[in-house]
Write a protein that binds this ligand. Structure first.
Ligand SMILES: Cc1ncc(COP(=O)(O)O)c(C=O)c1O
Length: 438
C-alpha cells in the first residue's frame, strides 16, 4: 500500500506568522513590512496564495528560473531511481565533477561536493590550513562567507554587526576595494593595486603576531559589501601579496558564479587570475541544496592526511543529476549570453535614470549582478538608507521583489534568475522611476 501524505493545511498569513513566532526562532527574518506568502515559482516570477505574480529580482539561487522543468525532471527521475552516499561508485558524481571542472581553468580539476556555500567555505578553510600548515586568514571588509561558527569568524558583515563579537585575533580584515565610496576612486587607474596594498598590510600584521597566513578569501564581486565590482587588477595584486606569504587564494563564487557575470562563467575571470580554490553554492542546483569546492591537484593531495572526508548527503546522485541539468540549461538556453545582454541593457537604463535622479549616486555591476547606490548628495555621498527601504516597499506593492545591502544598507541589490528578459528590465526601470518620483 502506498501511503498518501497528509494534506498540509492552507493557513492564512496571520496564522502562519503566529505559528512561526511560536515554533520557529525569530532570528529567521521575514522580508517586507507585510510579509508575503509565496506558494509557487516559475521562470523569473513568484506567485502568492492569491495567484498574484511578482517579478523576482532577489533570487540568485533559482538561477535558471524557478522550478525549471528540466531541473525538476532530473531530480524526480533520479529520486525515483536511487539516492545514496558517495561510498559506492556512481556515474553522476564523476560526470558532474568532470563537467564542472571543464568550466574552470585547467589547473582547477579536483572537485569536492558539499551541501551549501557555508560548507564549501568551511571545507576550503580546512583544505587551506592543511596545505599551508598555517592558521591566520585574510578577508575583505563587509564580506559574508557563511553561517557556521568558523564562517562567522571570517565574516566582518556578521562579527562587526548586531550580535557579533568583533574580529577574532587570527583574522585580518583588508580594506574593501570600493572605488565609489572608498579611499581610491574609479578615475584612478591604480585603484586596484592601491587597495591590494592593504592585503600586504594584513600579511604584515599576521607576521607581527608570529603567525603565517593560510588563506585570502575574496568574493569575485562583493555582495554583502554592496555589489562592489573589484577595481581592475585588484585580485592580481592581492593574490600576489597573499601568495608571496604562502597563503592560498580562495575565490568565493557562491553568489556570482555559473554565468551570472555575463562575459565570464566565473566572475574571477574578469580579474585575469586563477584562484587556488573556488567555492560555489546557491545557483549550483537551482534551489536544491548543494555546494562545491574546486582546487588544484597538489592542494587536494596535501589534504590527504589520512582523515576521511565523509559528508552524508554531499555529492549524492540526486544533487549531481540536478547540478548536471543546471549546466545543460545554462548552455542550451544561452543564459550566460542573456545575463550579459540583459545586464548591459539594465545598467545602461539605470545610468540613464541616474542623469534624471540625483539620488542615484552610483550604478555598477557585471551581467545580472548589479548595484544601485542611493545617496542624499553627490558631494559627501550621505547614504539614503530610509529612501532605499521605501523604494523596496513601493516596488513590492507593484509586484517587483528587490533587496538592499551594503555597509549603509543603501544599495539596491539586483540579482534575478538569469532568465530575466529585456521586457522584465523595462518593466523594472519604469517602476523604479515611478518610485523615485514618489
Ligand atoms: C558570498 C557568500 N558566500 C557564502 C554564503 C553562504 O552560503 P549558504 O547560505 O548557502 O550556506 C553566502 C550566502 O549568502 C554568500 O553570499
Amino acid at each position: 500500500m502506498i501511503t498518501t501524505p497528509h494534506a498540509i493545511p492552507n493557513r492564512h498569513v496571520q496564522e502562519l506568522r503566529e505559528l512561526r513566532k511560536k515554533h520557529l526562532n525569530p532570528a529567521l527574518s521575514l522580508s517586507y513590512q507585510e510579509p508575503l506568502k509565496i506558494v509557487k515559482g516559475a521562470g523569473a516570477y513568484l506567485y502568492d496564495e492569491q495567484g498574484n505574480a511578482y517579478l523576482d529580482m532577489v533570487n540568485n539561487v533559482c538561477h535558471v528560473g524557478h522550478c525549471h522543468p528540466a531541473v525538476v525532471a532530473a531530480g524526480q527521475a533520479q529520486m525515483a531511481q536511487l539516492n545514496t552516499n558517495t561510498r559506492y561508485l556512481h556515474d553522476n558524481i564523476v560526470e558532474y565533477a568532470q563537467r564542472l571542472s571543464a568550466t574552470l581553468p585547467q589547473e582547477l580539476s579536483v572537485v569536492f561536493l558539499t551541501n551549501s556555500g557555508t560548507e564549501a567555505n568551511d571545507l576550503a578553510l580546512r583544505i587551506a590550513k592543511t596545505y599551508t600548515q598555517a592558521n591566520d586568514i585574510i578577508v575583505v571588509d563587509h564580506a559574508y562567507h557563511g553561517n557556521s561558527p568558523s564562517m562567522i569568524e571570517l565574516s566582518p558583515y556578521k562579527f562587526n554587526s548586531k550580535g557579533g563579537s568583533g574580529r577574532p585575533a587570527h583574522i585580518q580584515v583588508a580594506e574593501i576595494p570600493d572605488d565609489y565610496r572608498g579611499r581610491f576612486l574609479r578615475e584612478d587607474p591604480q585603484a586596484g593595486e592601491r587597495y591590494a596594498q592593504d592585503v600586504q598590510r594584513a600579511v604584515h600584521d599576521i607576521h607581527q603576531r608570529g603567525q603565517q597566513p593560510a588563506a585570502f578569501y575574496c568574493e569575485s564581486i562583493l555582495g554583502c559589501g554592496g555589489q562592489v565590482v573589484l577595481p581592475p587588477s585588484y585580485l592580481q595584486h592581492a593574490y600576489g601579496h597573499a601568495r608571496a606569504a604562502g597563503a592560498v587564494c580562495i575565490a568565493d563564487e557562491v553568489q556570482v558564479g555559473f554565468g551570472r557575470a555575463g562575459k565570464h562563467f566565473w566572475a574571477f575571470e574578469s580579474q585575469g587570475v586563477v584562484p587556488d580554490i573556488v567555492t560555489m553554492g546557491k545557483p549550483i542546483c537551482n534551489g536544491h541544496p548543494m555546494g562545491a569546492v574546486v582546487t588544484r591537484p597538489e592542494i587536494a593531495q596535501a589534504f590527504l592526511n589520512g582523515m576521511e572526508y565523509f559528508n552524508t548527503f554531499a555529492g549524492n546522485p540526486v544533487s549531481c543529476a540536478m547540478g548536471l541539468a543546471v549546466l545543460d540549461v545554462i548552455q542550451d538556453e544561452h543564459l550566460q549570453k542573456n545575463a550579459a545582454q540583459v545586464g548591459d541593457y539594465l545598467i545602461n537604463g539605470l545610468r540613464s535614470l541616474q542623469t534624471r535622479h540625483p539620488i542615484i549616486g552610483d550604478v555598477r555591476g557585471m551581467g545580472l549582478f548589479i548595484g544601485v547606490e542611493l545617496v542624499k548628495n553627490h558631494e559627501d555621498k550621505t547614504p539614503a538608507t530610509k529612501e532605499t527601504r521605501s523604494i523596496i516597499e513601493y516596488l513590492k506593492t507593484h509586484r517587483i521583489l528587490l533587496s538592499s545591502d551594503g555597509p549603509h544598507d543603501n544599495v539596491l541589490k539586483i540579482k534575478p534568475p538569469i532568465v530575466f528578459t529585456q521586457a522584465n528590465a523595462e518593466e523594472f526601470l519604469q517602476r523604479l522611476e515611478e518610485a523615485l518620483l514618489v
